[in-house]
Ligand binder design. Structure first.
Ligand code: ATP
Length: 202
């Protein structure tokens, strides 16, 4: 029997926006994923020193973002352990949790660009069956250099085709803080949640 294919989508999700949802949905279709777990990272090492919204708010928003899609669920793998949360440790735990499934890690082009700098990246890659990447405006990907630095990538990398979306969580936070339009960058219920809780008000 063919292994089930599990998408793993890690992020800070401050807040989850339509770019995240489109990436996850396109990856499911194009990479034939059975389910995707959203791994909310409470304490991302590469964002230390940045002001990140509370885990409670981010978790509530991710739950809202995924609740209407039966193929998406929230993973507690990082929520339940102390940080900093390196992806290599996360994957090691997930490999134990899902020993019989193929693990496909999803990310944007900016993350792929930074991948050689990830903590213990070779080990991280060795646990994965695939990496699904959706390009992002402004990313600068030199595949031959990446393959030279990370030879394992060559057989694991798949691009997910989608329109380039110039939407980031940072942009949503900034727009919300400046009272500029961002309504359609996020799901309506998340828009309401941000406003009600004044999450990004300076
Ligand atoms: P911030 O603006 O705060 O840095 P972000 O929008 O990049 O946040 P994250 O939660 O850090 O969101 O991202 C989780 C993953 O989603 C990353 O791999 C990132 O590259 C990817 N991603 C986010 N937005 C997009 C987008 N518009 N297109 C493609 N990938 C995206």
């Amino acid at each position: 029997m063919e292994k089930k294919r599990l998408g793993i989508f890690g992020g800070t999700f401050d807040p989850p926006h339509v770019g995240h949802l489109i990436l996850a949905a396109e990856a499911r279709d194009q990479l034939d994923l059975d389910c995707t777990i959203w791994v909310l990272t409470p304490d991302p090492p590469h964002k230390r020193g940045q002001d990140i919204s509370s885990l409670e708010h981010r978790r509530a928003m991710v739950e809202m973002a995924i609740e209407d899609d039966g193929a998406f669920s929230l993973s507690h793998v990082d929520i339940d352990r102390p940080g900093p949360h390196y992806a290599v440790d996360t994957i090691k735990i997930l490999k134990q949790q899902y020993p019989d499934q193929a693990l496909i890690y999803l990310m944007g082009g900016d993350s792929l660009q930074d991948l050689p700098q990830w903590y213990h990246v070779q080990e991280f890659l060795s646990f994965l069956d695939g990496i699904g990447v959706m390009r992002r405006p402004g990313d600068d990907i030199d595949l031959s250099e990446l393959f030279e630095q990370l030879p394992q990538l060559r057989e694991k990398l798949n691009f997910v085709t989608a329109p380039l979306l110039e939407i980031s969580a940072q942009q949503v936070r900034r727009r919300a803080g400046e009272n500029r339009a961002y309504r359609y960058y996020v799901l309506p219920k998340i828009y309401e949640y941000i406003r009600k809780n004044q999450i990004y008000q300076s």
